[in-house]
Every structure is written in structure tokens, then in C-alpha cells.
Design a protein around this ligand. Sequence first.
Ligand SMILES: Cc1cc2nc3c(=O)[nH]c(=O)nc-3n(C[C@H](O)[C@H](O)[C@H](O)COP(=O)(O)OP(=O)(O)OC[C@H]3O[C@@H](n4cnc5c(N)ncnc54)[C@H](O)[C@@H]3O)c2cc1C
Length: 320
Amino acid sequence: MPPLWDLVIVGAGPAGLTCAIYGRRAGLSTLVVEKAMPGGQLLETPLVENFPGFPEPVSGVELMTRVHRQAERLGAEFLFATAKGLETRDGGWAVHTEKGEVVGRAVVVATGAHPRELPAKGAKEFVGRGISYCATCDGFFFRDKTVLMVGAGDAALTEALFLADICKKVYILVRHPPDDPQAVRAAAILRERALAHPRISFLWNAVVDEVLGTNNVHGVVLRDLRTGETREFPVDGIFVNIGYVPATEWVRGVVELTEGGYIKTDSWMRTAVPGLFAAGDVREPVGRMAQAVVAAAEGALAATAAERFLRLGEGWHEHK
Ligand SMILES: Cc1cc2nc3c(=O)[nH]c(=O)nc-3n(C[C@H](O)[C@H](O)[C@H](O)COP(=O)(O)OP(=O)(O)OC[C@H]3O[C@@H](n4cnc5c(N)ncnc54)[C@H](O)[C@@H]3O)c2cc1C
């Protein structure tokens, strides 16, 4: 029989690790299941400037190494494996992994999200050879080059402005016409800055049909959505920012998901199912910000909610 943990947390990003810290401080035996290195998405960013407690910018790796160490010092244990399924078990929940099953009296899903892939021919093959999902990570490789940013939300425009300081030219590809008020969904200040920037130009009403290249990307085939016409457009790199996909395939059918696949919870991070909680970017994004400090706070709430559930029983879970 596998041991019965008080708290099993799946995902060791800011949400999962903070949940582990609070879980241990509440006296719960705590296991964190992580499929990669502890740290989550922040491992991809060289500088974090907005996490409290760091007056100077800190690298994502350093910040998350510290949080991981803190969770370990408090006694959280780690299993490096991929969670593949979840089912109720007498007195708790069983998480299935390729290394066997782990059972928790309460489970917190903190598996985060990953960028949505560019839906174009050749897009997969050129990742790392001209296609990037992270301007902060890879912008440097495109110094004085011409790049295309696909997407027009806050993240896309923030990254386009960042790239405009490095690259010779940045094109922003928008799938809607310029007169559509929804075409650029980013905050007004970002839109104005991008529109005014001398090294940024917008390409409206088009999508990428195909990525062109040999060893590295040398262009794209763009399709005009009004006329259907296609044309080759030379670029040295493509940055993609068309949204996120939550890592919830493994809990589909067990917990209620939004249309976009995010987990629905209340403000205590409780799902509708007793003993099952979710925290961080895996949660329904309406009304929350995808930021490390928010994910960490939600991890703290989820651990506290789990502790109350374990102490007070299902009645507490159902109490809204
Ligand atoms: C390039 C970049 C820069 C950013 N910069 C900042 C910034 O400066 N400031 C800021 O506040 N935020 C920043 N963010 C956003 C921030 O990183 C996220 O909001 C935050 O990491 C979300 O935390 P999370 O714990 O919910 O999920 P994640 O960080 O996504 O962590 C989820 C973890 O779950 C693991 N996992 C997923 N599926 C499974 C599975 N089936 N089994 C086991 N483990 C699994 C993943 O490997 C990962 O470690 C940035 C994000 C990116 C991508």
C-alpha cells in the first residue's frame, strides 16, 4: 500500500511550491509531484523585477531555487514524475504517475499552463531554429534582425516592445482588420506605444499558413483573411504569443473545466469536488492575473483550504 499523504500537490511552480510551504507549516505531510525541474514557467525568464522581497532584479532560476529550497527545508518531499490521471480513493485521491500511484487525503492541482502552439505548417519543426515562445528568453539571438510577433494581446505587445529595442524591425501580425475594436486586445497604453514605435509595424487581417526555412527560419507564408491570397514574407524569427493552454488533460472528466480547459474554483481554491483544489495559472483566468505573486498567493490559500478541509471535513468544503 502506498503511504497516505495529507496533501499531494501536482506541479512545482510558484503555486505548487508555496502551497507546499504553507502545507508543511500547517503540519501536513506533503508530497509535490513535478514532471520537470521545480520552478515552473519562471525558470524561462532571466529577470524578475516584480516579486516582493527582491529590490534588485532576480533571475527566475534563482528565485525559484530559493522557493524550492524553502519548501524542502520545511519538510516537503518531491516525486519527479508526470501526473497522468486522478481518481477518488477511500479517504482521498490517487494520482497516477509513470512511477506509480501516490495517494493524498487532499490534492492541489498546480500544473500551470503552456503557450498555445502556432497553428501553421512547419511550426513544430522550427522551434528553437527561429520560432520562439519567449521573447525574454530568446530575443537576444535576434539582435539587429527582422522578426514577426504573432498575437496582439498584452503579452504579445509587451514582448514586441521588448524586441523592438533589440531587433532591426518587429512586425506584429493581427488576425483582425485595423478598424475592428477587438483587433488589438492589449491595454491601451501598450497599443499606443507599439503603434508609435518607429521599429514596429502592424500586419492586419492575416495569419501564418506556413513557416519557411532550411536550417533556420527565413520567412513565412501569410494568408490575407479577406481575400484568401497568400504571399511570402521574409523574417529571421517568429515569436508566438497567442494564448496559453492549461495543463489539465490529466484531470479532464474529474473536475469541472471551462471551455478553454481551465479549472473552476471558488475564491478558496476549492473545486466542486471535496478534497480537490487548484491554484495558479491552471485556474480559470477571468478575474485573475497570470503572475508569480498571484500564483504563490493562491498556493497559500489552497494549502490553508486543504488544511481546513482535513480538519473540519466535507462540510467545510461545501460551505461557500
Ligand atoms: C517567459 C516568462 C516570463 C515571466 N515573467 C514573469 C515575471 O517577471 N513576473 C511574474 O510575476 N510572472 C512572470 N511570468 C508568469 C509566471 O511565471 C506564471 O504566472 C507563474 O509561473 C504561474 O505559476 P504556476 O505555479 O501556476 O504554474 P507554472 O509556473 O506553469 O508551474 C506549473 C508546474 O507544473 C508542472 N507540471 C505540469 N503538468 C504536470 C503534470 N502532469 N505532472 C507533474 N507536473 C506537471 C510543470 O512542469 C511546472 O513546473 C512569466 C512567465 C513566462 C513564461
